[in-house]
Structure formats: structure tokens, C-alpha cells
Design a protein around this ligand. Sequence first.
Ligand code: GNR
Ligand code: NI
Length: 171
Amino acid sequence: MAKLDILIAPDRRLRTRCAPVGKVDDAARRLLDDMLETMYDAPGIGLAAPQVGVLKRLVVIDCARDEEEPAPLKLVDPEVVWRSEELVTGNEGCLSLPEVYVDVERPEAVRVAYLDENGEPQELEAEGLRARCLQHEIDHLNGVLHVDYLSAIKRGVILRRLDKSKRRKKD
Ligand code: GNR
Ligand code: NI
């Protein structure tokens, strides 16, 4: 396994609609393992392939609490096939926007169809933090970030600040 570099916004690759994987091969499986290692190291509860510069529809999550057994989940070509009418607001962080926390209103529960690491079609239903995390990761696959739920003014302030701090680090 290998730890990968996580892209920081603003970056074009975080704004791209990612391509379906379709066939789950060894390269896809290796990438999912590397993404899990990168996510645990960060640490985070989810990671999408575009965050490591790969513009494909691959996601890993583990929303187990610290005192619980690890519960890694690998999803290829995930798709929300049902969302609850009930919406809830929760505070979200993102590894690609360090120290930026945004309240986002989302369906409280979702059903997600996906391919597992063997290419088998699966479905899962999630609620609470797990549902929020899945929706956040699927947003990444469509080039959507949590700051997109803010006003354009607030989003602009945050992205310009991140851009400045990135450019400061380069030289
Ligand atoms: O680590 C993460 N925490 C988190 C908290 C609330 C809602 C979503 C997330 S996902 C985030 C990791 C990340 O950036 N995934 O794309
Ligand atoms: Ni994120």
C-alpha cells in the first residue's frame, strides 16, 4: 500500500466530473487500498479518487468511531438511488479544504448502489454521519465541494484564502 498526496483546493481536478470505472481491475483495487491508507493517515472518514488526482468514480469511507472496530468500505461507481424526504443540517470538513467547516443541509438517509471491489453490484442504506459522508464523497465525483452550499461571496472568500496560502507555500 502507499500513501498518496491529497490535492488542496482550488484545483481544476477537484472541479471535474469523474469518469465511470465500469470494470473493476487490479489497478482499481490497488488504488482503493492506497486511498484507504491515505484516508486513515490523514485522518478522515471518507476520500474520493479526485482528491488524490485520479478522475475516476472511486470512493472509500470508514465512519466507525474511534472505540469501534474499523469498518472500511470501498465503492466503485456509487450512485444515490433513494434519498429521504427528511433533511438534516450537519457540519462538514473536507481534507481538500483544510480547516474549512461548512453547515450543509442534506437528506438524513440515502440508499446507494455501487460495485464492490470484485465488481459485484451492491446496495446499502445509510443514515446520519454515514449518509452525510457518502453524499459528500459522491459530490466530489461530480466536482462539487461543501463550499458550493455557501453563498458565492462566502465561497469566494474561502477559495481565495486557500489559493493565497497555497501560493505562499510554493515559494
Ligand atoms: O474527514 C471528513 N470528515 C467529514 C465530516 C463530515 C462530513 C463529511 C466528511 S468527509 C471528510 C473527508 C473528505 O474530505 N472526504 O472527501
Ligand atoms: Ni471532501
